[in-house]
Design a binder for this molecule. Structure first.
Ligand code: ADP
Length: 477
């Protein structure tokens, strides 16, 4: 079996391999992926530091060409890479290919941004002095990514980091090294100079921690759990470095009496269960006003009966397996907690057997839940959602905002008044009207509020805020 190695200072290195397992079929080993040590991480950081002076002064046409070539190759190989993604993470092939296309589009977008770098020239308040405001790269950027978007999240961090002239130490999640290895390989062959991008696959507690502890990383961008996010924050304060965190969500989806029932059900099922509920923008709290409640719950049950849960790579599968055994345990533990708390398990929640050994769980919908229950307050990160019944719009909004998180917030309504009010008053970074809480564009800002996020937004032009530092220069004429 091929060993996929780490990339340090332009060389593929590393011995011990760890098997990358398919969650749809645990007998299927995708490949061996080297596991980096803390020493490897230090070497990678040193390589990125050494490469920074050269790359930070590289021409915009060189950056454009490398990002553009990368985009072209990802898009040309979308079926193969999408398949790899679905095989290692468990989302369906359609979702895997869709995510791969998005990664290609992100590289394409930042290839364009490299050509649009600009500053401002402003007159000084003092006579005969000119002021120039420019953006410069930050330095060595540490990129730490989670398992749930194995190609899109690495893409939306790597592409802007390179576009604005930073060098990188990249640590993907242990469960899904395949797509990360593939995009690093593509970037290297697209002509990236040695040391500009370093890949260190391995354990968070070893490789990730070595990155947090290094004084030579000027910025860390992290997506993952709230607990690890806090560690990133504390270590970054210690080293006076820039940091950006995308963490959990407990996103509400409000359904009002005046909603189009079909639109509401489709958006709720998508938000709660697609990608096996393993999206930080997934909705696990469906807040429904009493006039539509019973009809909505019944229609959800009907819709859920039609969902095919099976091998992610099989044609016709709507929902693939849970990513691994420990996530499956977390999901079933929360189903048990919901029952103990007095919510009613209205549909699903059973472990499923399929042709191959995998982590199959029937999507679960609780009703009669309250917003105080643990299943309504804590992130589950699986295909488990609860319906909370409320009196009217005002109560719905108040319940929607009653959470420590604030990533995405959705509403199904035909009322312009309520839609407008909700857009203004939802305490979330992203608001969706008559759309699922998950599923965002690649060219506009992504991020949340409250306990979900910290720092400036990711994606689109707003990414420049994190990956650059502003300089103000004064010149006597
Ligand atoms: P998840 O529950 O999504 O796996 P984690 O926060 O554990 O969330 O993982 C997100 C990323 O953070 C992964 O790449 C993981 O390896 C990394 N990570 C975990 N622990 C640490 C740590 N102590 N320092 C730095 N990175 C870590």
């Amino acid at each position: 079996m091929t060993l996929h190695q780490n990339l340090i200072a332009g060389e593929w290195v590393g011995g011990d391999g760890v098997a990358n397992i398919n969650p749809s079929d645990t007998n299927d080993v995708i490949g061996e992926y080297a596991r980096a040590s803390a020493e490897d991480a230090k070497a990678a950081i040193a390589a990125a530091k050494a490469a920074f002076p050269g790359w930070s002064r590289s021409g915009i046409l060189e950056r454009h060409a490398i990002l553009r070539k990368t985009a072209d190759e990802i898009l040309a190989r979308k079926d193969e890479l999408g398949r790899l993604l679905s095989r290692e993470e468990g989302k369906t092939l359609a979702e895997g290919i869709g995510e791969t296309v998005r990664a290609g589009q992100i590289f394409d977008f930042f290839a364009g941004e490299a050509l649009r770098l600009a500053g401002e020239v402003i007159p000084s308040v003092r006579p005969n002095i000119g002021v120039e405001i420019t953006r410069e790269p930050v330095g060595v950027v540490g990129i730490i990514t989670p398992w749930n978007f194995p190609i899109a999240i690495p893409a939306w961090k790597i592409a802007p980091a390179l576009c604005y002239g930073n060098t990188i130490v990249f640590k993907p999640a242990e469960l899904v090294p395949g797509c990360s290895w593939a995009i690093v390989d593509i970037l290297v062959r697209a002509g990236l100079p040695k040391g500009v991008l370093n890949l260190v696959m391995g354990k968070g507690s070893v490789v990730g921690q070595a990155m947090l502890d290094s004084p030579d990383i000027q910025a860390i961008t992290f997506t993952g759990s709230t607990g690890t996010g806090k560690r990133v924050a504390l270590a970054s304060v210690e080293h006076n470095r820039k940091y950006q965190l995308e963490m959990g969500g407990k996103n509400p989806f409000v359904v009002l009496d005046d909603a189009d029932l079909g639109v509401a059900v489709e958006a709720a099922v998508n938000s709660a269960f697609f990608s096996t509920g393993q999206r930080c923008t997934a909705s696990s709290r469906v807040i429904v006003t009493e006039g539509i409640h019973d009809r909505f719950v019944q229609a959800m049950g009907e819709r859920m009966k039609g969902l095919v849960i099976d091998d992610a790579l099989k044609a016709g599968t709507h929902i693939g397996p849970v990513v691994d055994q420990s996530q499956l345990k977390q999901d079933t533990d929360y189903i048990a907690i919901g029952k103990q708390e007095g919510a009613k398990l209205a549909f699903g929640g059973e472990l499923l057997k399929r042709d191959t050994p995998g982590f199959y769980l029937q999507p679960a919908l609780f009703t009669e839940a309250t917003n105080q229950m643990r299943i309504s307050q804590e992130e589950i990160f699986g295909p488990v959602a609860s319906v909370i019944r409320v009196k009217d719009y005002d109560e719905a909004l108040s319940v929607a905002n009653d959470t420590p998180f604030g990533l995405s917030s959705g509403i199904a309504t035909t009322s312009l008044k309520h839609a407008t009010h909700f857009k203004r008053n939802a305490e979330a970074g992203m608001v969706m009207v008559n759309l699922p809480t998950a599923g965002v564009d690649f060219h506009v800002p992504f991020g949340g509020r409250k306990g979900s996020s910290h720092g400036s937004r990711e994606q689109g032009r707003y990414a420049a805020e994190f990956y650059t530092t502003v300089k103000t220069a004064y010149t006597l004429a």
